[in-house]
Design a protein around this ligand. Structure first.
Ligand code: 9Z3
Length: 347
């Protein structure tokens, strides 16, 4: 099966030993027959997905950039983190005019990226095209144009109440550029995101083990398989449209157990029902066996999140004082992830 080699051997008809081998990280598991069948169905699900969906445009170039970025920072012993950001689209047609989208502006991922850089990390920012960008997000038209004046020689200067903020953002941006601390890779559709997530996690796993992956992108659970999609724009002449969306294979599974076995993996869980959040976060941890789930509820995503690990559960909230001082929740999130990761490394 593509990058997987499966060797099953039956001992007393109940226990199987399976080996999942990819180029970088062999894994062996002892499983019951039921679990084996279930596992193989999952393997076939994600392998089939990659076989059936074409690789994104410029995929090879993006892989080369990923590898060079990881090697560059590894040789300088700099800690790396993959941050995913923004929502994935699910096309309804191959020549896509219409698509289903997921809620996410990209603010969480962009802010998270800045705070990791401030802590000395180099960041792979896997982001949705035209979503909110690190540093740039502070420079809205009003603050930027409202602060530009001309001197007597016609040179542009930044003055006025926003100038301090703009200068400080510019200085962070300049340092990020000079030290090559940020690699931006973009996606639009769900398949593009998944191809690039796999490539980024495999590259980190090989060249910079002991890196982090922080999955803040809002990833669709449903999609239309390539074969079920029409080639051209769906016409309205046929009356009301009804489409069937299939379940996306759960990619956190291979991410944790095959592509990124050396990584410290943090996923986000978005819910709208407060009664579901902790239950769903805990289910995700148990199912995928990664390290940390950060839960958030749609109405309060900017002020409150819940950190769920196998051992603990903790709310992180912005205080009134934080808010008045312009502190963002992502600063608290990144500091907490960093500290949990350091503790994890010690043990
Ligand atoms: C999140 O929960 C993010 O915090 C938000 C950030 C998308 C709410 P914004 O980009 O919003 O700042 O506007 N992301 C994860 C959403 C997600 O798809 N999680 C999957 C799930 O819940 C698991 S990986 O099943």
């Amino acid at each position: 099966v593509n990058s997987l080699l499966f060797m099953g051997s039956s001992s007393d008809n109940v226990l199987y030993v399976i080996y999942i081998v990819n180029l970088h990280s062999p894994v062996s598991l002892e499983v019951t027959e039921k679990a084996l069948v279930c596992h193989l169905q999952e393997v076939m699900g994600w392998e089939k997905f990659f076989q059936e969906t074409p690789e994104p445009v410029n995929f090879k170039d993006k892989c080369i950039s990923l590898e060079q970025f990881c090697q560059f920072h590894k040789s300088r012993e700099r800690q790396l983190v993959l941050v995913t950001s923004g929502g994935t689209t699910v096309p309804l047609e191959r020549n896509t005019v219409r698509f289903v989208d997921n809620f996410s502006s990209g603010t969480r991922g962009a802010a998270t990226t800045e705070y990791f850089i401030a802590l000395g990390y180099a960041v792979i920012f896997l982001n949705r095209e035209k979503s909110v960008q690190p540093f740039e997000r502070h420079l809205n038209t009003e603050s930027l144009f409202g602060s530009i004046t001309e001197d007597s020689d016609g040179n542009l200067c930044i003055t006025g109440p926003n100038s301090q903020k703009i200068k400080s953002v510019y200085n962070q941006y300049k340092e990020t550029k000079t030290k090559n601390l940020l690699l931006k890779i973009t996606f639009l559709s769900l398949p593009e995101y998944l191809w690039l997530l796999r490539a980024a996690s495999q590259t980190l796993n090989t060249h910079a083990p002991e890196s982090l992956a922080v999955l803040a992108a809002a990833v669709s659970d449903f999609f239309i398989p390539q074969d079920d999609m029409t080639e051209h724009k769906i016409q309205s002449g046929g009356g009301p449209l009804s489409v069937t969306l299939q379940i996306v294979p759960k990619m956190l599974k291979p991410l944790v157990s095959i592509w990124g076995t050396n990584l410290y993996i943090v996923s986000f869980k978005l819910e709208t029902d407060p009664n579901q959040l902790q239950k769903k976060a805990r289910e995700a941890l148990e199912r995928y066996k990664h390290h940390l789930v950060v839960g958030n509820l749609l109405p309060t995503i900017r002020v409150c999140v819940t950190f769920v690990t196998r051992e603990s559960e903790e709310d992180v909230k912005l205080t009134e004082e934080n808010r008045q001082n312009g502190v963002e929740i992502e600063k608290l999130i990144v500091e907490k992830i960093h500290s949990l990761y350091k503790t994890y490394l010690k043990h």
